[in-house]
Design a protein around this ligand. Structure first.
Ligand code: CAA
Length: 379
């Protein structure tokens, strides 16, 4: 077992850390406050190759491995989880899904701009009545011969307004249940596509989360991904990799909070000494560091399995379940260590605590991860 990162992986980690400090940190409090999407910063991330990290360079990507992606996601998430969720959805759900399962024409037309940072993508699975129960799709894609007619409503869509291209999951053959579901590439600019109001969220307030409506949208046959009926399997496979991204986001939120709490504990004095010299604080930091390291190892293991082309469904669910749990406790303790300062925006930890919660909800709730893990045990 080799725990050593390669030179290239370390270089990517450093580039992401530098970017987070110089480009994301300034203004992150204001963007959170004003619910402002980090458009400029995402554009720069795209120019640096962070929006299509694992995509083959022949399709405009950076050709890196999943381990590098975890390292970059952790660094970006330490500072700005609103930027990192945009990055995660674009990389793991949209670009990976298109590269792995799209046709050559779909890759040329859509993957190239998405992977090279010229366009942003979104993944549209959730509906008002289909969240964890993803097979209950109400959005329909009726086969009209030359095209599909798309009707329905999707909600909680990350990058809902900033994306140009959507991967939409919809029901074509209701009588076939999940085997009648398809996945389509839909352009936001097409007639019949409407972007609903932005959600006013507790955390990741800079990310743009919207409801998207489709009314008689004509989707060319060429925009279906894979064979007829492949859509649910597509969604599950894509989400399995997506969970590595969100697990790494949770890891980054936690490790960012740990770094801030450690720094504060070395500076802040109480009862005659820096607070880190009080065991009440030192022991908290030790527990937080242990949790963060365990989450990091789970994320890296899932990424490594993916890079080895091994099955990573359970590993990614385990990483997401654990990292999202420890993100709650670690950020909560970071606020506690900061005392009153932890409760105000300028010290960042209250934002990290609010951001942490979503990692237990999106790309499958913690309960969904437990379904994946326990079913494997019961096999
Ligand atoms: N790969 C391939 N196929 C898979 C699979 C996987 N990882 N997991 C399941 N499948 C297949 C099964 O084999 C089965 O197919 P067959 O009938 O042909 O064997 C089919 O999918 C149905 O599987 P299940 O019977 O296990 O389905 P279920 O209804 O019991 O649900 C579930 C399982 C794990 C709960 C699943 O529905 C699920 O993951 N739900 C959560 C959905 C989710 O993560 N939503 C997030 C939205 S996207 C998002 O949040 C992005 C964002 O904006 C940040």
């Amino acid at each position: 077992m080799n725990f050593q990162f390669t030179e290239e992986q370390l270089m990517i980690q450093k580039a992401a850390r530098d970017f987070a400090q110089t480009e994301l940190l300034p203004g992150v409090v204001e963007r959170d406050d004003q619910q402002k999407f980090p458009a400029e910063q995402i554009k720069k991330l795209g120019e640096l190759g962070f929006m299509g990290m694992m995509v083959d360079p022949k399709y405009g990507g950076a050709g890196m491995d999943t381990v590098s992606y975890v390292l970059a996601m952790e660094e970006i998430s330490k500072v700005d989880a609103s930027a990192s969720v945009c990055m995660s959805v674009n990389n793991s759900l949209v670009c990976w899904g298109l590269e792995k399962f799209g046709s050559e024409e779909q890759k040329q037309q859509y993957l190239v701009p998405l992977a090279s940072g010229q366009a942003i993508g979104a993944f549209l699975l959730s509906e008002p009545e289909a969240g964890s129960d993803a097979t209950s799709q109400r959005t329909t894609a009726e086969d009209m011969g030359d095209y599909y007619l798309l009707n329905g409503v999707k909600n909680w869509i990350t990058n809902g307004n900033s994306a140009s291209y959507y991967l939409v999951i919809a029901q074509t053959h209701a009588d076939k249940g999940h085997k009648g579901i398809n996945a389509f590439i839909v352009e936001k600019a097409w007639d019949g596509v409407t972007v609903g109001a932005k959600e006013n969220k507790m955390g990741i307030r800079g990310s743009d989360t919207h409801t998207i409506m489709f009314q008689d949208v004509k989707v060319p046959k060429a925009n279906r991904i894979g064979e007829d009926g492949f859509g649910f399997s597509f969604a599950m496979k894509v989400l399995s990799g997506g969970r590595i991204g969100i697990a790494s986001q949770a890891l980054g939120i936690a490790s960012g909070a740990l770094e801030l709490a450690t720094k504060y504990s070395k500076e802040r004095k109480a009862f005659g000494k820096e607070i880190m010299h009080h065991q009440a604080i030192a022991f908290k930091l030790a527990d937080m560091a242990t949790d963060v390291e365990a989450a990091r190892l789970l994320c890296l293991k899932a990424a490594w399995l993916k890079d080895q082309h091994e099955n990573y469904d359970v590993a990614s669910a385990t990483a997401k379940l654990f990292a999202s749990q420890i993100a709650q406790t670690v950020t909560n303790e970071a606020v506690q260590i900061h005392g009153g300062y932890g409760y105000v925006k300028e010290f960042h930890v209250e934002r990290l605590m609010r951001d942490a919660k979503i990692t237990q909800i999106y790309e499958g709730t913690s309960e969904v991860q437990k379904i994946v893990i326990s079913r494997n045990l019961l096999k």
